[in-house]
Write a protein that binds this ligand. Structure first.
Ligand code: ASP
Length: 698
């Protein structure tokens, strides 16, 4: 398990490895305390590890790294200022943009607290306590339980633990499973739901290079934004925050990246990895790629339309390029083949040890499960994308599910529809109005239906077949939108409180489609739970064998919980005969400027740059931190805990590190804090913000 002798391992690895070799591992707070302090010091940590995390008090410098809606962020002042990526707060800019006042394009600076802009759905969670609840969770599973019953027992126990934990005022809790259930940890955080935008640069800076440069190096993007958390109407005062370093970094310097990596799949078997590639990333690239084209086409003549779909388009672009990178990296690094080879070694090792026989069986079952899921991959992908695809269908499906779940006692509902989650759901249903543009939504739904109608026999969606198999699809979709009021904000908010009977009685075309889909969506969710139940039974058995065979500790796969990665500022070689340096500057940014998007810098920046030596303003830098999606906005700090930058991306060659870490190409991309300070001072003349950040004399 995780708590194997980390100290012994790291002491040994110190002797073997050069101290600057890349270090795999997104370590949990507890693991940090189990690592050898001498090794950490050797790497460059200049404080006792207990300063990072004190489990007794449930706090430490790590608690200054917070979660902000799927991104990471860091407190940077005692007055609740939070630094994160521009792309993480893009939704707030979109929320407050109108055709007349387009904050996404022009950026935003609050000259006083009164001008700050609240993000209706933006929440910050600050971690407080991590408790191992593996025993409690597993002992809730009845002996010999079938997989679905197993899932239900685990889910029930988790809900009880969460409910108990949330009795504490302000507490927000979750139980996180590590590597499919090798360990379960109860995480107590507290949530700040009043978060206001303070500063964001123009899109031309915050997203400089756009899709051309996304996931690329050399990079020149000012991916910064500032928000402020409030509590009881007053600026929140965090116990810990990261002081800003004006000194910055240079090649070879030690850095730590602290944040909330979302999901990696390194603990999967090779067969499951292959399914992830073919049944997930390949479909994402194909279908979402098509959706990007549809959104662009359907909004090209409309300013309002472009604003409405901006956020969706941005995330689809990011996801599609990521999917392409994952597939390219898998092939290039032969990651799946290597995983298979390692698996075979473990199998051969286990075959000679009767006590590990269950692991051999577990692995075989995991492989069989993956094979069975292949047959329905496209159908599963489409059903899954109801929750993230066309806005109108998503809303209708959510309203139907909400009505059904609300009829049950709170503890028996699906976790997303428990009372504690409803305010957030409601706020999202409201905010989404900003993302709705009918021609674009219709185009996406047509595409979704067309794919559904192309499904192979044996994996079809009945509700779609019954309604759309004959006649013109275009006409049918037009009728759907003409006959629904789900897209009307006021009406939708009324629906939020209605029962299933009331929703049915409305005879609303989109609600009717969602009602017809509901049994199949339910069956799909049920199959997903059964699968998860099986995974929780099998994965830990297999992973324990892998760990025992390796004889060294392994940091668990990312699961959206707080982690820290130890790294150094470092370049890399993307291909033969090419060596990348790890830092870029304002000079390179200007060199890329063509005046055409996405390389069209604002005049104010060009003028300010003309008055300085641009090569002296560091802009982005690389490090060999072990990061993934969700790490965006992660504070990148030096050995003293001072903030030197923000993680915002990985390089193209390293996108597939979700499947496996390769020290030669494992590079994350950071925005250098010195560019941010230069921008605030010389372009935005944001003296009071700089003073508040403690980097300009009062
Ligand atoms: N850009 C990613 C994010 O938004 C970070 C990454 O995938 O490396 O979290």
């Amino acid at each position: 398990m995780l708590r194997q002798s980390l100290t012994a391992f790291f002491a040994a690895s110190l002797l073997m490895a050069a101290p600057l070799a890349g270090v795999e591992g997104k370590w949990t707070p507890r693991q940090v305390l189990e690592l050898d302090p001498a090794w950490l010091k050797e790497l460059g940590l200049q404080m006792p590890p207990e300063k990072l995390w004190d489990p007794n008090r449930g706090t430490g410098l790590l608690s200054a790294a917070v979660n902000i809606g799927g991104c990471s962020a860091g407190f940077v002042s005692e007055t609740g200022l939070i630094l994160t990526n521009h792309h993480c707060l893009f939704g707030v800019l979109q929320e407050h943009s109108t055709a007349q006042r387009d904050l996404m394009t022009h950026g935003f600076l609050a000259r006083s607290p009164q001008e700050e802009l609240r993000g209706r759905t933006t929440r910050v969670t600050v971690p407080r306590r991590f408790t191992d609840v593996t025993k409690a969770v597993l002992s809730a599973v009845p002996a010999g339980a079938a997989d679905l019953a197993r899932w239900e027992a685990i889910e029930k126990k988790q809900k009880e633990l969460v409910a108990e934990c949330e009795k504490k005022p302000g507490a927000r809790c979750r139980v996180a499973a590590f590597d499919g259930g090798v360990e379960y940890v109860l995480i107590e955080s507290f949530e700040l739901d009043d978060v206001r935008l303070v500063y964001a640069p123009p899109r031309a800076i915050g997203e400089y290079g756009g899709e051309v440069d996304n996931w690329m190096w050399p990079r020149h993007t000012g991916d910064f934004a500032v928000a402020r958390a409030y509590k009881d109407g007053k600026p929140y005062r965090p116990e810990f925050w990261f002081p800003i370093s004006r000194a910055g970094v240079k090649p070879g310097d030690f850095v730590m990246v602290l944040g909330y990596p979302g999901r990696t799949v390194r603990s999967l078997t090779a067969a499951e990895m292959a399914l992830q590639r073919d049944g997930f990333f390949a479909l994402r690239a194909r279908i979402y790629g098509e959706w990007i084209r549809l959104l662009e086409e359907s909004t090209k003549d409309s300013r309002d339309g472009s604003i409405a779909v901006a956020g969706t388009l941005k995330s689809l672009n990011n996801v599609v390029k990521n999917a392409q990178g994952q597939m390219a990296g898998l092939a290039r690094g032969r990651i799946i083949e290597r995983q298979e080879q390692q698996e075979n070694e473990v199998l051969a090792w286990a075959a000679q040890r009767p006590e590990w026989k269950p692991a051999i069986d577990a692995r075989r079952e995991l492989v069989e499960l993956a094979a069975r899921r292949r047959a329905t991959a496209l159908r599963d992908f489409l059903l899954q994308s109801v929750a993230s695809g066309p806005v109108a269908l998503r809303h209708a499906a959510q309203l139907v599910r909400l009505a059904a779940e609300r009829a049950k006692p709170d503890m028996e509902r699906e976790a997303q529809y428990m009372e504690r989650r409803l305010p957030q759901l409601k706020a999202r249903l409201e905010r989404d109005q900003k993302s709705f543009y009918r021609p674009a939504d219709e185009a996406l739904l047509r595409s979704w239906l067309r794919h559904a109608l192309s499904l192979p026999a044996g994996a079809r969606i009945r509700a779609v077949d019954e309604r759309f198999r004959s006649g013109s699809l275009d006409d049918a979709v037009a009728r759907l939108y003409a006959g629904t009021r789900v897209t009307d904000l006021a009406e939708r908010m009324k629906m939020f409180g209605e029962t299933l009977d009331q929703l049915r009685a409305r005879r609303d075309s989109m609600l009717d489609l969602a009602l017809a889909l509901e049994p199949e969506l339910r069956a799909f969710d049920r199959a997903g739970r059964e699968h998860e139940g099986a995974i929780s039974r099998l994965r830990p058995v297999w992973r324990r064998a892998v760990a025992a065979h390796a004889g060294k500790p392994v940091a668990p796969d990312a699961n959206g919980t707080l982690r820290v990665s130890f790294a150094h500022v470092k370049g890399y070689s993307p291909r033969e005969a090419v060596e990348y340096l790890p830092q870029t500057t304002l000079a390179g940014m200007i060199e890329k400027h063509t005046g055409e998007e996405p390389f069209a810098l604002p005049k104010a920046l060009l003028e300010a740059a003309a008055k300085t030596e641009p090569v002296k303003v560091p802009l982005n830098f690389l490090a060999d931190a072990d990061t993934t999606g969700g790490n965006s906005g992660s504070p990148t700090v030096n050995g003293r805990g001072e903030l030197v930058g923000l993680n915002f991306d990985r390089v193209w060659e390293n996108v597939a590190n979700d499947f496996g870490y390769n020290p030669a190409i494992a590079r994350n991309v950071n925005a250098d804090i010195r560019f941010f300070l230069w921008l605030l001072e010389h372009v935005d003349h944001a003296g009071s913000l700089l003073r508040e950040l403690g980097v300009q004399d009062r």
